[in-house]
Design a protein. Structure first.
Length: 328
């Protein structure tokens, strides 16, 4: 069977018009034939924000509604320049200040995150500090610290991260005794005397204060040493008094007690809050300690003396030395 193949050629053409961009002009410039539709404009609701929308590639208004109109022109992108950190170290406190991050074309800043690390590059531990430009880290132990600043947009997204800055916290230790001379005044067998910076008193009163602070990683210890009250070889022996503000009047007794006004811990035998008194003569004895870095902690120091009826007359005195050791 013979086959006949017939070829059919169909010719056609499509006619149309060419769309040209329309020049955009102002007093200072002219944009020739723009065709990109960017949907410039800004709208928001409780759930979203619209910074731009795509429209048709034509000149003039590209799209409109009751609330906004999209106009053709150049593409615009949000801009952000991160604030830069400036650290300051005072003792064991690190203060970080920064210039506010600058934004344009759609971004809005809601706040910042601060990241801290002990090695360069992290990992960082971030905290939200709010929409502020300063923040402090207190009671930092000695060592190097590294920080970065993250900027958050209106939705909590990270839109910028600053360069890393480094600070070094040095070892610090401070110690202060408010008075270096105290007095009981005349001792009596009828009742106790309490030392003051003047002439003593019959009322339980602190004689002076002790203040200490350190950024040592495991805190500090305060010790004392000294002999008991003495007058030309006659002594008032040291005493241990438990749960009593007066001790045993009519008996020779000398002891001290401390009351902590901060986070320093006082051994039970010296704890004024429990009305306990103690004195360890001619040895090193611990009277307070902390377990970690601290700001200034204050201790009130109390001294009690009772005299026996037949105690030899004389001017009784002693010298006590206080010292502090940091536990780095």
């Amino acid at each position: 069977m013979n086959k006949i193949i017939i070829g059919l050629m169909v010719l056609f053409s499509i006619g149309g018009s060419i769309v040209y961009g329309k020049d955009l002009t102002s007093t200072h410039f002219i944009v020739r034939d723009p065709n990109i539709g960017t949907g410039g404009g800004y709208q928001s609701s409780g759930s979203f924000k619209l910074y731009s929308a795509g429209n048709t590639n034509s000149s003039g208004n590209a799209g409109s509604s009751t609330n906004f109109v999209g106009r053709d022109g150049f593409l615009q992108y949000p801009e952000v320049t991160s604030g830069q950190l400036t650290p300051t170290v005072t003792g064991s406190t690190i203060v970080l200040d920064w210039s506010a991050t600058t934004v344009a074309d759609g971004y809005a800043i809601s706040g910042y995150n601060l990241g801290i690390a002990t090695v360069s590059g992290g990992p960082y531990t971030f905290i939200s500090v709010g929409n502020v430009v300063t923040y402090s880290y207190s009671n930092q132990i000695p060592g190097d610290y590294f920080f970065v600043l993250q900027t958050l947009d209106a939705f909590g997204n990270i839109i910028a991260t600053s360069n890393e800055v480094t600070v070094t916290v040095q070892e610090t230790l401070s110690f202060f005794v408010s008075a270096n001379a105290i007095s009981f005044g005349p001792l009596s067998a009828s009742g106790p005397r309490y030392a003051t910076t003047t002439a003593g008193t019959n009322t339980v009163t602190p004689a002076h204060t002790i203040a200490a602070a350190s950024n040592a990683s495991t805190g500090y210890t305060i010790i004392y040493s000294g002999s008991t009250l003495d007058s030309n070889g006659h002594t008032i022996p040291p005493a241990t008094i438990s749960g009593s503000a007066t001790g045993s009047p009519g008996t020779n007794q000398f002891a001290l007690s401390l009351l902590s006004e901060g986070i320093a811990s006082v051994p039970t035998s010296y704890d004024q809050s429990a009305q306990n008194w103690n004195f360890a003569a001619n040895t090193l004895a611990a009277i307070a300690n902390t377990s970690g870095p601290t700001a200034t902690a204050t201790l009130d120091a109390y001294y009690i003396a009772n005299a026996a009826t037949l105690a030899p007359a004389g001017a009784y005195s002693t010298t006590l030395n206080y010292a502090i050791t940091a536990n780095y």
